[in-house]
Design a protein around this ligand. Structure first.
Ligand SMILES: *Cc1c(COP(=O)(O)O)cnc(C)c1O
Length: 357
C-alpha cells in the first residue's frame, strides 16, 4: 500500500528497522541520554529557546491537547478557541469537560481566519488563545502572524496545536511567542502513533507550577521533574521514543527543519500542480504543506477513498460527518517522494477515464 494519509504515515527504513527490534529496559543512563537528545532536537526544530522544556506523553495527540489545557489553564482564565473543524471542536469539548470558561470562534468549513473574525474579541478581558494551526480535518492553515499580533496586543497566553503542521510548515515558537506547542509521533514526525509531544516556554512552565490538574497521568509537574534527568514518571512507549530519536537525527543530518519543510512543500506543490486538469476542487482557502483537501466534482468523496484503497492500493484520508461524501484529503507528510506522486496521479487519471472520478 502507498500511504497518502495524514497519519499514521510512511516511515523511513531506519525508523522501521527499530520497530522490529527488542524493546530495551529504560531506567538506564543510555535511554536517558536518548531522551535528552530528543528534547534538544525538538527544541531546536521548534526554536523554542534555551529556557523551554519538552514533555513526551505516551498517548496520541489528544492526550497532549488535554494535558496542555489542564496544566496551564484554570477557571480564572477566559479562553478563545478557534473552531473551524473537528480538531477545534475537540479543544472546545476538552474545555467543556474541565469546566473552563471559553468562547468559540466558529469558522465555516474551508475558511481561513481573518482579522474580522478576531475583532469582536479584542480588548474583552480574554486571557488565553487556543488554535490548531493546521485544522487537519478541513486542511485549513491559520495565519500565525495574525494570531501572534492579536495575542500580543491582548496579552494572551497562546497554545498552538501543531500536530500535523510541525516539520511541514514554518513554526518558530520564539518569533510567534507561542507558549505551548503540541505535536504527535504519527504525523510529520513519521513514526508509529503512541507518543505526543508538548513544548513549553517560560510562561507555560510557570503556569504549570501554579496549576493543580485533577489527573495523575497527565500531570506535567511530575513529567517535567522526571524529564530533567531524561526520564518519564511511568513506562513510556520506549520503542517509539527510540524511533523518534532516529528520525530527529535523520532530519538534522539532512539539513535540519528548513530542508524538511522544503521537501514536504515541494511534494505538496508538485501534487497540487498536477491535479489542475482533474475533476477535483481544492476546498481550503489557506493550505498547509501537510495536506490537500479535495472535493470531487462528479462522484462521492468517500467512494474515491474506497476505490483508491481497494483497486489501486493507495490510502488517502476520508472525512467524517457532514463532509464524508464531499471531501477527501491527500497528505504530503511521511516518507514520500515525487515518484509516489506519479503513482497517485496515474491512479486518479485512470479513475477519471473510467468515470470513477
Ligand atoms: C492528528 C491531530 C490531532 C490528534 O489526533 P490523535 O488521533 O489524538 O493523535 C490533533 N490535532 C490535529 C490538528 C491533528 O492533525
Amino acid at each position: 500500500m502507498l500511504n497518502f494519509t495524514v497519519g499514521p504515515v510512511q516511515s523511513s527504513d531506519n525508523v522501521r528497522k527499530i520497530g522490529g527490534e527488542q524493546v530495551p529496559y529504560f531506567r538506564t543512563e543510555e535511554f536517558s541520554n536518548i531522551m535528552l537528545e530528543n528534547e534538544r532536537l525538538i527544541k531546536k526544530f521548534s526554536n523554542s529557546g534555551e529556557n523551554s522544556r519538552v514533555v513526551f506523553i505516551t498517548g496520541s495527540g489528544t492526550a497532549s491537547m488535554e494535558a496542555s489545557v489542564i496544566n496551564t489553564l484554570t477557571r480564572e482564565d477566559k479562553l478563545l478557541i478557534v473552531n473551524g473543524g473537528s480538531f477545534g471542536q475537540r479543544f472546545a469539548e476538552i474545555c467543556n469537560i474541565h469546566e473552563l470558561n471559553y468562547t468559540e470562534i466558529k469558522l465555516e468549513s474551508g475558511c481561513k481566519l481573518k482579522s474580522s473574525d478576531l475583532e469582536p474579541y479584542d480588548n474583552k478581558g480574554y486571557t488565553a488563545f487556543i488554535v490548531n494551526v493546521d485544522e487537519t480535518s478541513t486542511g485549513v492553515y491559520y495565519d500565525l502572524n495574525l494570531i501572534h499580533e492579536f495575542c500580543k496586543k491582548n496579552n494572551l497566553f497562546l497554545i498552538v496545536d501543531a500536530i500535523s503542521s510541525f516539520l511541514a510548515d514554518e513554526l518558530d515558537m520564539q518569533k510567534y511567542e507561542i507558549d505551548v506547542m503540541i505535536t504527535g509521533s504519527q504525523k510529520a514526525l513519521a513514526c508509529p502513533p503512541g507518543i505526543s509531544v508538548i513544548v513549553l516556554r517560560e510562561n507555560a512552565l510557570k503556569r504549570v507550577q501554579n496549576t493543580n490538574p485533577k489527573c495523575m497521568y497527565l500531570d506535567l509537574k511530575n513529567a517535567l521533574l522526571n524529564g530533567e534527568r531524561g526520564q518519564t514518571p511511568f513506562t513510556p512507549a520506549v520503542g517509539i521514543l527510540l524511533q523518534i530519536n532516529e528520525r530527529l537525527k535523520e532530519i538534522e543530518k539532512n539539513g535540519g527543519v528548513e530542508s524538511e519543510i522544503r521537501k514536504i512543500s515541494s511534494i505538496a506543490n508538485d501534487f497540487r500542480n498536477r491535479i489542475k486538469d482533474l475533476p477535483l476542487k481544492i476546498t481550503s482557502e489557506s493550505l498547509s504543506n501537510a495536506v490537500t483537501p479535495l472535493s470531487p466534482l462528479n462522484v462521492s468523496a468517500y467512494d474515491v477513498f474506497l476505490t483508491l484503497k481497494d483497486k489501486y492500493d493507495i490510502w488517502v484520508c476520508p472525512n467524517g460527518g457532514d463532509l464524508k461524501e464531499k471531501i477527501f484529503r491527500v497528505g504530503h507528510i511521511g516518507d514520500l517522494t515525487i515518484e509516489d506522486n506519479d503513482k497517485l496521479i496515474l491512479a486518479l487519471k485512470d479513475m477519471a477515464d473510467k468515470h470513477l472520478l
